[in-house]
Every structure is written in structure tokens, then in C-alpha cells.
Design a protein around this ligand. Sequence first.
Ligand SMILES: [Zn+2]
Length: 99
Amino acid sequence: MSEPKLMTPQHPLWRQFCERLGGPEGCAFHEDASEKIRWKCRGGNDHGAAFEILNTMPGVDVRGTLKWMRENGAGCDCEILFNLDCDSGTGSWSERGAR
Ligand SMILES: [Zn+2]
């Protein structure tokens, strides 16, 4: 038995969470025809994609995690990638776009 945990940069699945959030089931980062980076996000206070991804991951305190994200500068899905520690080692989302 383990307690549900917050999904933070200390969590072992954090990188996987970031990859999925930036991928097609989340913000879907990609370059358009003029090589501008585009992504999907409903903005505002919407953590819909993060919520759905977190719900598929075992042992995660989803509500607590979304609260923690808001308190740490991520008001919406894409701000999780921009403002939390999703970039280390792989370059920033806005630079690399989606694969
Ligand atoms: Zn956003």
C-alpha cells in the first residue's frame, strides 16, 4: 500500500507525464507549414489534458497535483510544460516542437 503521490519533478514518472502532455493526447506540439510552433491548449484554468493523463497513471493524487501545479505557475496545460520543470535535458517545448 502506498499513498497517492503528487506528480511533481521528483516523481519517477514526471518525464513520462511531460512527454505525454506535450504529445498528441495533450498539447500536441508541432511545427506548422511556416515552421511556427503550434500547440493545443484551452488556456484559462483548463487542465483537462493533464487531468486525463494523470488519471491513467497509478498512485497519483490527481486533484492534489493540479492544485500544486496552479500554485506553481501552471494555470493551464501548456503552462505546465513552460513553467514547471519539464525541459531539463531535452530543450524547451517551444524550441523543439513535437516529434
Ligand atoms: Zn495553456
